[in-house]
Ligand binder design. Structure first.
Ligand SMILES: Nc1ncnc2c1ncn2[C@@H]1O[C@H](COP(=O)(O)OP(=O)(O)OP(=O)(O)O)[C@@H](O)[C@H]1O
Ligand SMILES: [Mg+2]
Length: 235
């Protein structure tokens, strides 16, 4: 489902990812941990084709990202859905529109769109906010809209960048339950997080820690730990 080998990425002179190698199978659930600036967002951006692969190789959901053509990007994005760290929702549009937009670009029938939007909104406790402009929502509500928009398309892979950052502990756990629910349908899930409690609540998950762009801890054998790393757990 996902194979990254010797992946490196630099912004000018700064190497944000250094020789990162790991594999995931379909249906795996991965927590991506590590301090601020460790390279989590950079790695996620590479996985959905927002940053080019110049060093190393990367395949995701059957796409070779090193040789991905711009015209293949929409097809990749149909398989790989993202909850962005900064949400990227449209503040003037309603909650309903923000969720439906992901389906509208796929030319689905209006009645199908409506059914799916309402089902996902219900699952995330947004059913009474569907008409509200997103700009008027609380941070936590906006975050749930961002999650709804990502999951409504039934992606093969769901990427979430710090999805619980603005949520109180109870909502954060509810959010995790939503990811686990999608995971139980067979979706591969990758969650970048600083939230230790989330990770501890999901003992079966794979955990990868990045430090200064290098893998310094992994709890399964499909990841290559940077030589000389001494981290004994994800924290
Ligand atoms: N567009 C960019 N231009 C220049 N440097 C960047 C850019 N994006 C990220 N970086 C740098 O790359 C490193 C990794 O950043 P990244 O955003 O991947 O970290 P992160 O682990 O997601 O951190 P956080 O937990 O704060 O979100 C940082 O040192 C950051 O300053
Ligand atoms: Mg980040």
């Amino acid at each position: 489902m996902l194979n990254a080998q010797h992946l490196s990425h630099n912004f000018g002179p700064h190497w944000a990812l250094k020789n990162v190698s790991f594999r995931l199978d379909k249906g795996d659930f991965l927590f991506l941990c590590g301090p601020s600036g460790a390279g989590k967002t950079t790695l996620l951006r590479m996985l959905y084709g927002a940053l080019p692969v110049y060093r190393g190789s990367l395949s995701v959901a059957g796409f070779d990202l090193r040789n991905l053509k711009t015209r293949q990007l929409p097809a990749l994005r149909r398989q790989v859905s993202v909850v962005f760290q900064d949400f990227k929702i449209l503040p003037r549009r309603s909650v309903y529109d923000n969720i439906a937009i992901a389906l509208e670009v796929r030319c689905l029938q209006r009645v199908h769109i409506d059914r799916r939007v309402r089902a996902v909104a219900r699952g995330l406790g947004l059913e009474n906010r569907l008409a509200a402009p997103c700009g008027e929502l609380s941070g936590g509500e906006q975050q749930r809209v961002a999650v709804a928009r990502a999951v409504v398309v039934n992606p093969q892979i769901l990427l979430a960048d710090e999805p619980t950052g603005n949520l109180d502990p109870e909502l954060a756990l509810r959010m995790l339950d939503i990811f686990r629910q999608f995971h139980s349908y067979g979706t591969t899930v990758i969650v970048a997080t600083h939230n230790r409690e989330l990770v501890e609540r999901h003992p079966g998950a794979r955990v990868l820690r990045l430090d200064e762009g290098k893998i310094t801890y992994a709890n399964w054998t499909g990841a290559e730990i940077f030589e000389g790393s001494e981290a004994e757990d994800a924290w």
